[in-house]
Design a protein around this ligand. Structure first.
Ligand SMILES: Nc1nc(=O)c2c([nH]1)NC[C@@H]1CN(c3ccc(C(=O)N[C@@H](CCC(=O)O)C(=O)O)cc3)CN21
Ligand SMILES: CC(C)C(=O)C(=O)O
Ligand SMILES: [Mg+2]
Length: 275
């Protein structure tokens, strides 16, 4: 059965933890979906883990649509959410609605996610009014990396914590169906989770959030540029891939691959007739 923003919200009332992972392509989305993950995020983190940029700021609407189309083909059951890239919604509510619409019409996502609290409530309201579900994202919002001076934990002091709690209330009031809490102290995430009616999705925000999300390469050790403190290795896919790639090189070099069973046959007397 296809998960929806309604089933995702209902889970909070039933105290059932929900899972979300990122995916950026068809094969990975299919694996994650078959594993039973409730929701897939086509994150703008694809700029870093798929495209090799140092931050998420260069990601375009075309990048997001391209990857979202691939993921939605592979996700039978999971609720697919697409990130709105930097400058696709900050500029105006008009841009926000048009670009959210493209992620649904062209990418076939079921919902969109955008970063910010009070400052983007007008955009959230306008997109929701167009019948597109919106996931908010507050705390350490990577598109603000230059304003934050790095990917740093947010909301440790009283004033900063109060601002994030206020942002959480505001995005709920604006109509968001859920909110991602990224890199905030666990105690603050707990307070927000208890305060809100909509589910919180934590990444580096402790165990009391209603749901958890991770970048999939981080949780199967496939990404080595940096390791966020909140990432845990659940499987060593990076090592397994490396082993496979090296075995391939070795067998090709020593001539044991391809073997007979990987090879196509023909009537070889035909070869003798060739000139
Ligand atoms: N692979 C990957 N995983 C992510 O979780 C992720 C991305 N890419 N790209 C987009 C954003 C950027 N994020 C990041 C990036 C770096 C850190 C990091 O290095 N944090 C350090 C320092 C924290 C601090 O100084 O407060 C850490 O130890 O966690 C955390 C989150 C989260 N998102
Ligand atoms: C880390 C998650 C929440 C995200 O926004 C992304 O992958 O882009
Ligand atoms: Mg993102």
């Amino acid at each position: 059965m296809k998960n929806t923003v309604l089933t995702f919200g209902q889970a909070k009332k039933e105290h059932k933890k929900q899972t979300m992972l990122t995916a950026y392509d068809y094969s990975t989305a299919k694996l994650i979906d078959e594993a039973g993950v409730n929701s897939i995020l086509v994150g703008d983190s694809l700029g870093m883990v798929c495209l090799g940029y140092e931050d998420t700021l260069s990601v375009t609407m075309e990048d997001m649509i391209h990857h979202t189309r691939a993921v939605t083909r592979g996700a039978k059951n999971a609720l697919v959410v697409a990130d709105m890239p930097f400058m696709s919604y900050q500029t105006s509510t008009y841009d926000a609605v048009v670009n959210a619409g493209r992620l649904i019409k062209e990418g076939h996502a079921q919902a969109v996610k955008l970063e910010g609290g009070a400052t983007v409530c007008e955009q959230i309201r306008a997109i929701v009014n167009a019948s597109i579900p919106v996931c908010a994202h507050i705390g350490m919002t990577p598109q603000s990396v230059n304003a934050f001076g790095g990917f740093k934990v947010q909301g440790k002091g009283e004033e900063a914590a109060q601002k994030i709690l206020d942002d959480a209330r505001r995005v709920q009031e604006a109509g968001a169906y859920a909110v991602v809490l990224e890199c905030v102290p666990a105690a603050l995430a707990k307070k927000i989770t208890e305060t809100l009616d909509i589910p919180t999705i934590g990444i580096g925000a402790g165990a009391d959030c209603d749901a958890q999300v991770l970048v999939y390469q981080d949780m199967i050790a496939m990404f080595s540029d940096f390791t966020p403190k909140f990432a845990k290795t659940f499987a060593n896919a990076g090592a397994v891939m490396m082993e496979g790639f090296k075995a391939y090189i070795k067998e090709v070099e020593e001539g044991t691959f391809p073997a007979k069973e990987h090879t196509f046959k023909m009537d070889e007397t035909i070869i003798d007739k060739l000139y």
